[in-house]
Design a protein around this ligand. Structure first.
Ligand code: AKB
Length: 316
């Protein structure tokens, strides 16, 4: 039995991860949220919820104490493009928030999962099959907070013995809760346009490859790494994980197999394009496979079939 606090439970990852954790561990999974982003429906009804603003250390500590929490999933963050528009807020949430979580975890003996991202890499990083241990020199605030977060999480593990673990998520694709303000969002939006029979206007140019992952694989990664036997870890914060890499033409042509009339045109967003150009084309996830048995289940075609079927069901 685990008692888990999910901070950011109504966001893109949190809304699905909280439900999945409840289905595995039972009802002791607390959905942490901020006012204005309250849990609704099944997320509200299937377990406890609490206001937990990551910038408020006392609120985190009180919730951990009240529910006897042993594991914190720290999912509060601004995604890459929004973080460029609001760098001060991105730092406050990404780093100030992480510091609060780690301090509570140190004092109250919790394990902590904090997602990192392909955004930790920058223009000088090897682009193809980017290794686990390589140059991390992002020039975005999102990337800066993610690299600093990896370092701080490792510091808390080495210095204080806090059980911190993390994966570098690629762009996550899901039909449940839309992402907001990421660079990889186009690969979600394209399915919504296809399902609605609308033309898709793509903000990322043809030939721009990025790693992507279907949400069920992403959720499994977040749970499996926290379940893994840490005596086998050489790394902790954070592991490269991968399942597929494509550019807009490849995903468009894959969707066209199932939606033959689907149309796409390009209107490149310079901010998102610059961020995408600084990120790897594909990651090498050998260390995650070797150290805790990571293995993706979905490739592009399997994801496309499932996304289109689920979006069709949802529109009924
Ligand atoms: C983003 O695009 O900002 C995120 C990410 C890859 O971390 N989806």
């Amino acid at each position: 039995m685990k008692n888990v606090l999910v901070i950011g439970s109504t966001g893109q990852i949190g809304s699905e991860l909280t439900m999945k954790l409840r289905s595995i561990y039972g009802g002791n999974i607390v959905a942490g949220y901020i006012p204005g982003a309250e849990p609704k429906g099944e997320l509200l009804e299937s377990g406890p919820s609490a206001i937990v603003d990551i910038t408020n250390e006392q609120q985190i500590a009180e919730t951990v104490s009240k529910y006897n929490v042993d594991t914190i999933y720290n999912l509060a963050a601004l995604l890459s493009a929004v973080a460029e528009a609001k760098p001060q807020l991105a730092w406050k949430i990404g780093m100030g928030g992480l510091f609060n979580v780690l301090e509570v975890a140190r004092e109250m003996h919790c394990a902590v999962f904090t997602p990192s991202s392909i955004g930790v890499f920058g223009n000088n990083t090897p682009k193809d099959k980017t290794p686990q241990d390589t140059i991390r020199n992002p020039r975005t605030m999102y990337g800066v907070t993610k690299v600093s977060g990896e370092l701080l999480s490792d510091y808390y593990n080495i210095r204080f013995g806090v059980d911190t673990r993390s994966v570098r998520f690629p762009g996550l694709i899901s039909y449940v809760t839309p992402p907001g303000g990421g660079t990889t969002d186009y690969a979600v939006d394209i399915y919504y346009s296809a399902a609605k029979g609308e033309k898709f206007v793509c903000p990322i140019s043809a030939g721009t490859f990025m790693d992507m992952m279907y949400m069920p694989d992403g959720l499994r990664a977040a749970i499996e790494i926290m379940e893994a036997d840490s005596t086998k870890f050489v790394h902790r914060n954070s592991f490269n994980i991968a399942s597929m890499s494509f550019d807009p033409e490849i995903i468009y042509n894959n969707i066209k197999k199932y939606v033959p009339d689907f149309k796409m045109e390009y209107k490149v967003d310079p901010l998102r394009q610059a961020i995408a150009d600084s990120w790897p084309n594909s990651l090498d996830d050998t260390c995650a496979r070797q150290e805790w048995g990571w293995k993706p289940e979905y490739d592009l075609d399997a994801m496309t079939q499932d996304m289109l079927a689920k979006l069709k069901d949802h529109s009924k």
